[in-house]
Design a protein around this ligand. Structure first.
Ligand code: PEP
Ligand code: MG
Length: 848
């Protein structure tokens, strides 16, 4: 956690009223500052609010005074009225107790103004600092103040007292400062799992606190049940021998987004990613009585027949045989379920999808979920009954949450729950028997159901529950099955066998389509299939234009699976390994050994004839690393990211460069640096590569290149080309920096167009600059996967296209239809255009 060097600390007005100088208070104990320096307020409100965030260390037995301590050790005493101790609590109601953690502005004590005012010497309320040794200067406010809103007192802290830090008391209890949750969709399953895993590494009991509610931070389901939303203020509390260390590490992890890309933008101001704010609720009904609508979960068209899927309930007896026997049954079922999930994971090629089942494995170890089940067993219930109670309690709790993403995870708990329950009950998991050309309709499908769908029979599915971000939807997309979530409930009444057309992209299900409609869809599908087959058949042919120019078509990858798939689809190498994917999901830094093994595996998958361009770590403000605390930046896209971060953390870069270089013998290795803005950066990274190469005794040729994604670098392409081996143009960032539009901004998405002539001319300058010095240029931004842009890029003179893996056969096929000279004429024309719309209109004439 970063320690803020600013040494001011503010206390909010605990009551509304008029500020009164402390030395004028008619009580020498306060006026002479015997208790401490501070302020007094003549109150007009009767609920005392916390002036700071901190821990309640004392509530006086007469309830007229309270002491709080802030995370930095500043201790505040607030004393309501003068001589009020005599009232022995009459007229005072404490809202908190000792040991509570409170937020600034949270009610502490309510008092009856009339009753107290009549009996006490005065209602003047004193707020004094009892840890005066930590304060260099007091600046009291004057005039009227509003409780919880205005500042009553500003402290200049003595040297060495940080404004933020973790606090630990002698009993081994520590708590963090309040942290605003940066995750766009709050602490949903994935960040919750990262946090719970990190919490489990500490011996201390660790709690997450939100608005007075606490959850076990070692339990994923408990964290999700707390429903922490983007921008919510939370704290970590730890009790035990390593409490302070737990607070430090977990606070940093939460601030960094728990492995999630949190954009570094102030929470609440950052819109949630578009696909996470889609809702499954209240989809407008279609005007056409034959069309049922829902949310697009996975694109694609399917013509088939309805097949209704009904969930079966597994009956359990309540009473157990003996707690020992039931416990043994339960433990065995958990073990077997773990193994089943392991098998399922290995059947899914896409690692990020396999993670869904890894998360299910974690649920099997969730302390809160297990605690409920084990308590039931100890109380004489059967293993099945106790477990069913446990997972139903939690899934119902999650399903009721307002946050759609969290509510969607109730289905994951039911899925794991059923898996274990089947094992306890000795019921075999049977694959659904479905007819040919089936379009499944279900209340909900579990991720396991989805992963095990028979693709030869199931053409698509619709669920009443779930949403576009549900794991079922993610799986459907990876399995390439058209799907709709949140479909109109009427779908559950459609009869089996009814012919339908499912349009996964539009989220519509058409009942009883006419023959003409079916034919139309079938024709479209057939054409697409023929084209795709032809592209696949020629996938291994080089991409050579009609006039004989070879364009290298390579893959953008995030890991070994993409590399293997890319080779299968005819990729001629890797133009961009986004190496940060190897770091982002982790809570600790990978060792050099771990990293180099990954690079070696990928290099071996490519072989010595294919290029392997590894981009060094591109993290920073917008992609934080859980284990590398970074200050939150005002504008992270313009902050310490990419190579800037690596040069600020040279050990990180040296380790990565060594790990990458160790894969040099296994493919044609090139190292590329992101976000390069200056020649000084280029010289420094080249020096590091040369140093590590010599140290490792690597003799192979390793090219060193840079990403061109900052306009200054494109403009100075000639100067850069003199000093590097190649460029790869990152058009995603180049577009955002050229047009000054955040690449993830939902409102500017249309205008942040790579086809803007400003961006295209910078691409052109980059290519010309490189070629002037005999260097090659690739494009690895999204434009290289867009068929419409390919003739233009070829015309500009781009030598290599690094595209997303599934598009490779189509891009290669397209290049083979083009004529380089014609493309050059097209580029000359397009580069003169004034708007992106004109460019798009012209380019769309060339593709079907
Ligand atoms: C780009 O900016 O175009 C690029 C390829 O890098 P990334 O999308 O990973 O930032
Ligand atoms: Mg980039």
């Amino acid at each position: 956690m970063s320690i803020n060097p600013v040494s001011q600390f503010v206390l909010l007005a605990p009551l509304s009223g008029v500020m009164v100088p402390l030395d004028t208070v008619p009580d020498p104990v306060f006026a002479q500052k015997m208790v401490g320096d501070g302020v007094s307020i003549d109150p007009t409100s009767n609920v005392l609010l916390a002036p700071i965030t901190g821990k309640v260390t004392q509530v006086h037995s007469a309830k007229h005074a309270i002491t709080l301590v802030a995370a930095n050790g500043i201790e505040v005493l607030i004393h309501i009225g003068l001589d009020t101790v005599m009232l022995k609590g009459q007229g005072f109601t404490a809202k908190v107790k000792e040991g509570d953690i409170v937020d600034a502005g949270q009610p502490l004590i309510e008092f009856d103004m009339d009753a107290v005012g009549r009996k006490a010497l005065s209602l003047l309320t004193q707020m004094v600092i009892t840890s005066g040794e930590k304060v260099a200067r007091y600046t009291p406010n004057t005039g009227l103040v509003i409780a919880g809103k205005d500042i009553a007192l500003t402290l200049d802290l003595a040297e060495g007292i940080a404004q933020t830090s973790a606090t630990a008391d002698s009993s081994g209890e520590a708590y963090s400062d309040p942290i605003r949750t940066p995750n766009p969709t709050g602490l949903h399953a994935r960040p919750a799992a990262v946090l719970a895993n990190a919490a489990k590494t500490f011996k201390s009991e660790v709690k997450l606190v939100r608005a007075g509610q606490e959850a076990n931070a070692k339990s994923v389901v408990a964290i999700m049940g707390l429903e922490v939303q983007n921008g919510d203020e939370i704290r970590v509390r730890a009790i035990g021998p390593d409490a302070s260390a737990a607070i430090q590490k977990l606070s940093a992890l939460i601030i960094s987004g728990c492995g999630e890309d949190v954009g570094g933008v102030a929470p609440k101001h950052k819109p949630a990613p578009l696909d996470t704010i889609k809702t499954t609720k209240a989809q407008p009904k279609s005007e056409d009585p034959n069309v049922l609508t829902g949310v697009s979960a996975s694109p694609g068209l399917a013509v088939g027949q309805i097949f209704q899927v009904k969930q079966v309930d597994i009956a359990v007896v309540e009473a157990g045989e003996s707690p020992e026997l039931e416990r043994r049954r339960f433990d065995q079922a958990l073990k077997d379920a773990h193994q089943q999930l392991e098998n399922l994971k290995s059947e899914i090629s896409d690692e990020s999808k396999a993670e869904i089942f890894a998360a299910h494995q974690e649920l099997l170890e969730d302390p809160d979920l297990l605690a409920i089940a084990i308590a039931g067993i100890t109380n004489g219930k059967s293993a099945g009954f106790a477990w069913k109670e446990a997972y139903n309690t939690y899934s119902a709790k999650l399903a009721a949450l307002k946050n759609e993403v969290l509510a969607g995870r109730a289905n994951d708990i039911r899925d794991v729950g059923l898996r274990v329950l089947r094992l306890i009950a000795g019921i075999e998991e049977t694959a659904m028997v479905v007819p040919e050309n089936a379009i499944l309709i279900a209340e909900d499908l579990t991720p396991s159901d989805t992963a095990s769908l028979d693709r030869t029979r199931v053409l698509g599915f619709c669920t009443v529950g779930g949403g576009a971000t549900s794991h079922v939807a993610i799986l459907a997309r990876s399995l390439n099955i058209p799907a709709i979530c949140g479909i109109d409930e009427d779908a559950l009444n459609l009869t089996n066998g009814m012919p339908v057309i499912l349009d996964g992209s539009r989220g519509t299900l058409r009942k009883n389509p006419s023959e003409a409609e079916v034919n139309n869809i079938r024709e479209k599908q057939a054409k697409q299939a023929i084209k795709r087959d032809a592209e696949l058949a020629a996938a291994f042919e080089p991409a050579v234009t009609q006039d004989g120019i070879h364009v290298e078509v390579v893959a953008n990858i995030g890991g070994i699976d993409d590399a293997v798939q890319g080779v299968k689809l005819g990729s001629e190498g890797v133009g961009l390994l986004r190496s940060e994917f190897l770091y982002l999901e982790r809570t600790d830094a990978p060792t050099e050994e771990e990293q180099s093994q990954i690079y070696i595996d990928i290099a071996k998958a490519l072989g010595n004839d294919r290029t392997f361009v590894v981009r060094t770590l591109d993290v920073g403000g917008d992609k934080p690393l859980a284990y590398l605390p970074m200050p939150v930046e005002e504008n992270p896209f313009l902050g310490v990211r990419g190579v800037r971060l690596c040069l600020a953390e040279p050990e990180l870069l040296h380790t990565q460069v060594r790990a990458v270089l160790r894969s040099a013998p296994f493919s044609k290795l090139a190292i590329m640096f992101p976000m390069i803005t200056s020649l000084e950066e280029v010289r420094e990274v080249k020096r590091i590569v040369a140093e590590e190469k010599a140290a490792l005794g690597i003799t192979q040729d390793v090219q060193v290149g840079i990403m061109v994604e900052v306009p200054a670098t494109a403009v100075m392409a000639e100067q850069f080309a003199r000093e590097v081996d190649f460029f790869s143009i990152g058009t995603n960032d180049l577009t955002q920096y050229t047009l000054a539009m955040d690449r993830g901004h939902p409102k500017l998405a249309k205008q942040a167009d790579v086809m803007h002539p400003g961006v295209l001319n910078l691409i052109n300058m980059t290519v010309k600059g490189a070629h002037a010095h005999g260097k090659w240029v690739g494009v690895c931004g999204g434009i290289a996967s867009d068929p419409m842009a390919i003739p233009l890029l070829l015309g500009i003179g781009v030598d290599e296209l690094s595209a997303s893996v599934p598009t490779i056969p189509a891009i290669k096929a397209l290049v083979r239809t083009l004529n380089k000279v014609e493309c050059e004429k097209l580029a000359a024309e397009v580069l003169q255009m004034g708007t992106a719309a004109e460019v798009r209109a012209r380019l769309s004439q060339l593709v079907d």
